[in-house]
Write a protein that binds this ligand. Structure first.
Ligand SMILES: Cc1cc2nc3c(=O)[nH]c(=O)nc-3n(C[C@H](O)[C@H](O)[C@H](O)COP(=O)(O)O)c2cc1C
Length: 214
């Protein structure tokens, strides 16, 4: 595609508005409300979120992960603790999460500190994953270089044999991280690029709410 065509790609956002008087005092409750609306609008993978971390060298690093739990403590996703993102989070336990719900012209940005969830929480979530995903967690040394795809299929055959008909236990290197929000911004697309932005910041044990210029 030519650059001139990319330059002409544009969409005006007209679906909705977001006013300070319409939002909930708790950003977690506001997030749950928008998430529910994403489900109703049949947004594709509404729990897919862009996770940004900081590498040991200080570079920003981004990738998509899936939100699996949400409560007053924060936003939880599951992964391999030995992956690149795991190394980033050991060095800098800080992250940003970004949701883009195109069908509703909405973005949510979250920034916060990161902690590992308890072993019991990781066990509980691992136990409800499909067996294929459970085996996959044993097979994949996530983020490591591998020679070819056979490395994966050979390891899968080995673990299938090892576990036979037994329950697949959670690998020790696999589990959850929780992003504890310090700041959450809700963005609603509006006409002429004059979008609505409402930001919550956690200060002195309460959420301060402000409108930002688009
Ligand atoms: C829609 C989608 C969902 C994903 N969900 C996860 C997830 O929940 N956990 C995960 O570890 N990787 C997930 N991935 C893969 C990651 O984007 C990434 O490739 C992988 O975690 C390795 O990242 P790293 O090398 O930076 O650690 C997902 C990818 C996509 C496109």
């Amino acid at each position: 595609m030519e650059n001139s065509k990319i330059a002409h790609l544009r969409k005006d956002y007209t679906l909705n508005g977001l006013d300070q008087q319409d939002i909930l005092q708790s950003p977690i409750e506001q997030f749950k409300k928008w998430f529910g609306e994403s489900l109703s609008a049949q947004v594709i993978e509404p729990n897919a979120m862009f996770l940004s971390t900081i590498s040991q060298e200080g570079y920003p690093q981004g990738r998509i992960v899936l939100l699996k739990e949400l409560d007053d403590h924060g936003f939880t996703f599951y992964t391999n603790y030995n992956s690149h993102k795991g190394a980033d989070l050991s060095a800098h336990p800080l992250a940003a999460l970004t949701f883009w719900w195109a069908e509703l012209e909405r973005q949510v940005r979250i920034v916060g500190k990161v902690e590992k969830v308890s072993e019991a929480e990781s066990d509980a979530y691992f136990s409800i994953r499909p067996r294929g995903s459970q085996l996959g967690a044993w097979v994949s040394s996530q983020s490591n270089v591998i020679e070819n795809r056979e490395v994966l299929t050979d390891k899968l055959a080995k673990f299938e044999k090892q576990f036979g008909d037994q329950l697949v236990p959670r690998p020790p290197h696999w589990g959850g991280y929780r992003v504890i929000p310090q700041e959450i911004e809700f963005w609603q697309g509006r006409p002429s690029r004059l979008h609505d932005r409402i930001r919550y910041q956690y200060q002195n044990n309460e959420w301060k709410i402000e409108r930002l210029s688009p």
